[in-house]
Design a binder for this molecule. Structure first.
Ligand SMILES: Nc1ncnc2c1ncn2[C@@H]1O[C@H](COP(=O)(O)OP(=O)(O)OP(=O)(O)O)[C@@H](O)[C@H]1O
Ligand SMILES: [Mg+2]
Length: 351
């Protein structure tokens, strides 16, 4: 929405993981290095864990985008698969037809396929995303897949990426055999304050940003606090911040603007009308005793002062709602004018 206004060529804070926007923070770099090390070893499991939205899928996509033809990847994002479903899904990802086949037959076809790759000088890489959803027995099935070998060389290698719940699964006593095949593991962490600045500026630059709107250097600390340095949260927040800058006609973004957007988002999330309702309810509850009647009759038990306070609270909230609606209408007007100007420009350039 704001991209063309600021001369950007793309959406800088989109949520889909895109290797083009990959930012090398210390932890992300390390995770990529571990995965690359795993590739160079050609065997065993590499495990990358990390909190929600910290970039696990992004890392996997960046790595897959950088592979040469000698590695044939398959990526699965698991729901709670049982071992049989896992085998079906893996085979299907390698374009092996599994229609109507039982697990043993699928495994046989998969092995044939891996041998065929081997004859072509290639090997298979299985990337299991959302691996925190795997059942323990399904992880064990992955280990069995890693047993496919030819001349002592494994034919398939797996990377597991998952949220923090993956750790306790791997730590189960019965996972010992699996654990012994993990050749490297690492844990992603949110960005530090400095990295948040680098990250936002990097994404903007990738999208063609040339310094407008300018970003005041004191906004990044607050953005780090508010988002916890989690990349997905930063994207959501920065997107709103830029929309705000566009709608308010800003050419630079200050700490006050960041604060205004935090307030706006907070109000939306908590729902201020809800807050006023509960404020009113608590005044009412304070007046209520066991003997007193419930429902409509309750009003007669509230003193004039208290009723005044409830009405004033509700009035205040309604004022806020009206102000917000006015703002939205103003935003929409501006958007319409902007779109109209753009389409007129388009028509002129065609004629
Ligand atoms: N190093 C990075 N460089 C650029 N963008 C990143 C990076 N890390 C994360 N992001 C961005 O953050 C958002 C969330 O990333 P991603 O989906 O990879 O997280 P995740 O850890 O896989 O999340 P989940 O736990 O929900 O699966 C995406 O918009 C992605 O583009
Ligand atoms: Mg993910």
């Amino acid at each position: 929405m704001y991209e063309s206004h600021f001369g950007l060529t793309d959406k800088p804070f989109k949520l889909s993981p895109d290797p083009k926007y990959f930012f090398s923070s210390a932890h992300h770099d390390r995770a990529v290095a571990y995965l690359q090390y795993g590739l160079s070893q050609g065997e065993g499991f590499i495990v990358v864990t990390g909190p929600i939205g910290t970039g696990k899928t992004t890392i996997a996509r960046s790595l897959l985008a950088s592979l040469d033809d000698s590695i044939v990847p398959a990526q699965i994002a698991t729901t709670k698969l049982n071992p049989e479903e896992l085998v079906q899904l893996v085979a299907a990802e390698f374009n092996i037809s599994v229609e109507g086949l039982g697990k043993a037959e699928i495994l046989r076809k998969l092995e044939q396929y891996l041998h065929q790759l081997n004859r072509q000088g290639k090997r298979a890489l299985l990337v299991v995303d959302e691996a925190q959803n795997l059942l323990a027995e399904t992880v064990e099935e992955l280990r069995m897949l890693s047993n496919f070998q030819l001349d002592d060389r494994p034919l398939i290698q797996s990377f597991l990426l998952g949220q923090e719940e993956l750790k306790p699964i791997i730590e189960l006593p019965e996972m010992e055999q699996f654990r012994q095949r993990i050749i490297a593991s690492c844990h992603l962490r949110p960005f530090s304050g400095d990295e948040v600045q680098g990250y936002i500026e990097h994404r903007l630059t990738q999208a063609g940003w040339e310094g407008v709107p300018a970003l005041s250097s004191d906004i990044f600390g607050r953005i780090t606090d508010y988002t916890g340095g989690v990349p997905r949260k930063i994207n959501i927040f920065a997107d709103r911040l830029f929309l705000y800058a566009f709608l308010e006609d800003l050419t630079s973004i200050s700490a006050e603007d960041v604060e205004a957007v935090i307030t706006e988002m907070g109000e939306e999330l908590s729902g201020s009308l809800q807050t006023a309702r509960s404020a009113a309810a608590s005044v009412i509850a304070g007046n209520q005793t066991a003997e007193q009647p419930q429902g409509d009759d309750l009003a007669v038990n509230i003193s004039g002062d208290e009723m005044q306070k409830v009405l004033s609270d509700v009035g205040h909230v309604l004022d806020q709602v009206i102000q917000r609606k006015i703002k939205i209408i103003r935003y929409l007007d501006k958007l319409i004018t902007h779109k109209k100007a753009e389409s007129e420009k388009g028509v002129r350039s065609l004629s």
